[in-house]
Design a protein around this ligand. Sequence first.
Ligand SMILES: Cc1cc2nc3c(=O)[nH]c(=O)nc-3n(C[C@H](O)[C@H](O)[C@H](O)COP(=O)(O)OP(=O)(O)OC[C@H]3O[C@@H](n4cnc5c(N)ncnc54)[C@H](O)[C@@H]3O)c2cc1C
Length: 373
Amino acid sequence: MDVIVVGLGGMGSAIAAHLARRGHRVVGLDRFEPPHERGSSHGLTRIIRQAYFEGPAYVPLLLRAYELWRDLEQRSGRELMRITGGLMIGPPGSEIVTGARESAQAHGLAHELLGPAEVVGRFPAFRLQAGEVAVYEPPAGVLFPEEGIAAHLDIASEHGADLRSQTPVNGWSATDSGVRVTTPHAVLRADRLVIAAGAWSGDLLADAMTTTVERMVLTWFHPPREPQLFDAASFPVFVAHHTDDVALYGMPPRADEGVKVAFHHGGRTGHPDALSGVVDDEEIESVRDVVRQRFPQLGSAPVDSTTCFYTNSRDGHFVIGEHPRHPQVVIAGGFSGHGFKFCPVVGEAVADLVDRGSTDLDLSPFSPTRSMA
Ligand SMILES: Cc1cc2nc3c(=O)[nH]c(=O)nc-3n(C[C@H](O)[C@H](O)[C@H](O)COP(=O)(O)OP(=O)(O)OC[C@H]3O[C@@H](n4cnc5c(N)ncnc54)[C@H](O)[C@@H]3O)c2cc1C
């Protein structure tokens, strides 16, 4: 089949690779030059974990994602995933703690509930706040997103995909036999269209999906002393309760870029072309205030920073499936700040939808028809 994939970021690169490996004729289009720093998939590291507080429905996809990341490492010869263990931290009744335990129990995942003394005994960089506990899960770790995108794009190209960067899609329409896609240079036709446009999805899917783009600040703290407390052998990835709407997360460095600690949600919202890429001093100080309490060794550390977009669906769950009115168009969007770890399994599932209109993975919680509700 002839398939056009719009967006070659985390999701689109994986989708293009899976489609091309199955023998489809793929044209992949991106407005920038992926992997790039203008969307949602940059910043050197991403968390991957299994005891998913966002909901047990994600766990089967996660287990498959782990297999596919390892498979991609083998095929590409690149290191893409480093296992560090993970701590989900908060009061015993918080969503992060109860949700992680619920997913772990529902799917029989290895996990332990740790109190403050056990946490500091095993992971000396961490200090729990009064009344907090932690769910520890051994298989959590970090992914290297730019490497993952490059690996998927290489595989897509090796299998004949025609990948075009600097090619913005201005619009598309359904035709009797498929789709028509317009770029500044050409009008392209294909049997199927996949839209994986990240923060710009709303521009192409205004009548099919409601999303809010949120500008997040990423900060890396350079430990002035005892850097070994924060390396991958001693410092698990973590997500910690901050307020009901905002969490704090962090992970060890990939190399020498510093310890990433940042807020999950609570960012400014707007159209991605209008949101500033400049980080204000106050934004750095607000994360430093929390870091000072949780990781005193990092409190006065020098910081590097950048911005990155979340594309939030109304309920915070992904939007994956056929377009509500045009079954020849498949949507992969609304990843709501937690999608990267799923890239290869989304690639596989979307390729199934293009191939045969269905997939063995249960995507019903992510149906586009619910996202307009
Ligand atoms: C700060 C931050 C931290 C995160 N941490 C984690 C984490 O720890 N773990 C995790 O699993 N997830 C995490 N996420 C979320 C995850 O990174 C995203 O869900 C994921 O990268 C989204 O991938 P995407 O393909 O949808 O978007 P992108 O990778 O941004 O890809 C979209 C692509 O579409 C292109 N495009 C858009 N419009 C057009 C058009 N009209 N024509 C042509 N091309 C177009 C863009 O140029 C872009 O390349 C984080 C995100 C951020 C921002």
